[in-house]
Design a protein around this ligand. Structure first.
Ligand code: ZN
Length: 354
């Protein structure tokens, strides 16, 4: 079954983890044996090769670079200009992948339709399609930088990431969106960019919903019902997004799947983390919306973690192909399952770009 993954940090892995994503996952793991600089060394689950093996032909791929103010304890760049430059390097990597036929940027309806048709053929080594998204807007030095990004193909943007940001408060911080946030939302609407509501803290989330009436999705978000944390959506937030015709991508980061996960200590096996919790999150969103039209897949599988913090029944991203059967066992129809695996996000994109 064709799969769309609404959240991957591919370029970050290429540049900050020094991973050549044209390799197999196994080759990348082998090359990282003995490295200790990142917790997920030799435990990666994502490569372009693995995506092809799993029929994950389209993804939302990020540019990501946080700016931190003087004195902040969070890791990040010390100026918005450095953060911007980092995102430009990431874009250069995506473009280089395009040059060798590994990836292709999808920015409009025509490209989307062509790409989906190509993936219905049996031609070998099809390029992975990507919709360019910015995770956390701090690298947007001033509003005119958003226009530059749009010209480069940016089509979705999340105002916040972790902590307080320039345009909104993100995960684990508390506060609103301020004047700058409102200006950003206005420009997002004007450019017909998709607003990614993921990572907004509760106050910023609700202020954003009040100030913005353009297209909105949540690329990688789970439910607070299962893990009571501000990174997760309350039922009210899910209902608000459903009422706005949003699609919520469900993520596979273990701490967002079971309560009381302790980073670096808990293991997927000891905590019983499997793809079953993803099914539970998907099902909860379907129950709240009364249909299968508002949930999709947004794994985050290369978001600075690997097998040590992923479901134990997933070795590589290609194992997403286990989900259709699990949904079928839970009583979901073929049409429901196709909606969830790709069609909801595809329909959203077609509507936004038509
Ligand atoms: Zn994220």
């Amino acid at each position: 079954m064709f799969i769309l993954d609404a959240h991957l940090d591919l370029a970050m892995n290429a540049l900050e983890w020094n991973r050549d994503l044209t390799w197999t996952v196994e080759d990348i793991r082998r090359s990282e044996i003995g490295m200790t600089d990142k917790p997920d060394r030799a435990k990666n689950t994502v490569s372009l090769d693995a995506m092809r093996k799993g029929n994950i032909g389209l993804c939302v791929a990020t540019q990501i670079a946080r700016y931190v103010k003087k004195g902040s304890a969070l890791p990040g760049w010390n100026s918005p200009q450095q953060a911007w430059a980092q995102t430009q390097g990431q874009l250069a990597w995506y473009k280089a992948m395009e040059d060798i036929g590994e990836m292709t940027q999808v920015t409009n309806l025509e490209q989307l339709n062509n790409h989906l048709s190509l993936w219905k053929t049996s031609s070998n080594k099809k390029p992975i399609g990507y919709i360019l998204s910015l995770e956390g807007a701090d690298s947007i030095v001033s509003i005119d930088y958003l226009e530059k990004s749009y010209k480069q193909g940016l089509r979705a943007i999340g105002p916040a990431h972790y902590g307080p940001g320039t345009y909104a408060h993100g995960t684990d911080s508390v506060g609103g969106i301020g004047i700058k946030g409102k200006e950003l939302l206005k420009k997002i609407k004007e450019l017909n960019l998709i607003l990614d509501a993921t990572h907004l803290c509760d106050i910023s989330f609700w202020e954003t919903m009040k100030a913005y009436d353009g297209p909105v999705w949540a690329s990688h978000n789970n439910c607070r019902k299962f893990v009571n944390h501000n990174r997760q959506y309350s039922d009210n937030q899910i209902i608000e997004l459903v009422n706005r015709n949003a699609v919520i991508g469900v993520a596979l980061d273990a701490w967002m799947m079971v309560p009381n996960w302790v980073r670096g200590k808990s293991t997927p096996e000891s905590m019983g983390v499997t793809l079953n919790q993803m099914i539970d999150n998907i099902d909860h969103i379907c129950q709240l919306s009364g249909n299968s039209l508002h949930v999709g897949i947004g794994t985050d599988l290369d978001g600075a973690f690997g097998k040590e913090q992923s479901p134990s029944d997933l070795d590589t991203i290609a194992d997403l192909q286990k989900i259709p059967e699990m949904l079928s066992k839970k009583g979901y129809s073929k049409e429901d399952i196709e909606n969830i695996m790709s069609e909801n996000f595809i329909r959203f994109l077609k509507k936004t770009w038509s």
